[in-house]
Each structure stands twice: as structure tokens, then as C-alpha cells.
Design a protein around this ligand. Sequence first.
Ligand SMILES: Cc1cc2nc3c(=O)[nH]c(=O)nc-3n(C[C@H](O)[C@H](O)[C@H](O)COP(=O)(O)O)c2cc1C
Length: 147
Amino acid sequence: MYLVQLIYASRIDRENFPDNGARMIQEASAKNNRDLDITGVLFCDGTHFLQAIEGSRSNVSKLYNKIATDPRHLDVTILRMADVAVRDFAHWSMELLSYKADTVNTLKRFSISKDFDPFLLSADSLREVLIYLAEQQEVGLNQKKAS
Ligand SMILES: Cc1cc2nc3c(=O)[nH]c(=O)nc-3n(C[C@H](O)[C@H](O)[C@H](O)COP(=O)(O)O)c2cc1C
């Protein structure tokens, strides 16, 4: 079985998107993805989605086709698709990467434009952004557990 990682970006369709929309998607996805042995992360900055999904070619492909036709977002575009030896987000069936005040500064480090725009980043940078945000999230979660 080939293991693949797919990263896509999209724009939120505000008319079809409630305030807690990203959290609702994450909760349903974490459950569905567990059954399909899919792992990944979802980032939402209020304007865009950036998501990585990892798993077998066939499951990633089927899931992406479902996500791509979801009316909650538009301009869904695959920005990276690669065979991978190991998963980047192995212990998350779908984690919502939180958007905090300092996230803006992180994103600016990776961006070539003033505002974060995933469509303007290279495939490798997008993977790095998601790995970095996931690491930050893990540090935050571990600190919470320790206190
Ligand atoms: C940005 C975004 C990300 C999504 N990610 C996932 C996901 O990782 N897993 C999942 O099962 N559904 C995800 N969905 C929801 C799917 O589009 C779809 O609604 C869901 O899989 C249920 O489909 P079904 O009822 O036809 O089985 C996502 C939707 C959006 C808008």
C-alpha cells in the first residue's frame, strides 16, 4: 500500500459557514478519518482552509473528492500530493490547528505577501507551515497537561 500526503487550500464560503464551522468539521472528520486510517490537520484563518490528509492512495483520493465538493468552501485546489514513507501527523485523525495572535507572525515568516495566502506558497512551504503549527499546538497541549 502506498502512503500519500495531500495538501489543499480553499476559501471559506461565508454564506454557508457558521461561526463554529471549523470545529464542527474537525469533530466529524476526526471520527470518520479514524475508520479510514486517515490522519491530518486542518488550519483555518477565517478566510482560507489549509488541510493535510494522509493515508492510502485510495482513501485519500476518495476523501478529497468528497471534501472538494463540500459547499462550505470554494476554489478547492490541490497544492501538494506526494508519496511519503512516514506520516507527518501520525497521531491526529484530524486536528484543528488553532489560530492565535502569534500565529499571524508565524505565517508572515512563510508568506511572500502581506497577508497569509496559501495559494501563493510553494508546496514545500505549505507542508512546513502545517508541521510548524502542529508542533506549536503540541507544545501548547503538553504545557496545559503539565500545569
Ligand atoms: C474544509 C473541510 C475539511 C473537511 N475535512 C474532512 C475530513 O478530514 N474528513 C471527513 O470525513 N470529512 C471532511 N469534511 C467534510 C466532508 O466534506 C463531508 O461533509 C463528510 O465527509 C461527510 O460526507 P458524507 O456524509 O457524504 O459521508 C471536510 C469539509 C470541509 C469543508
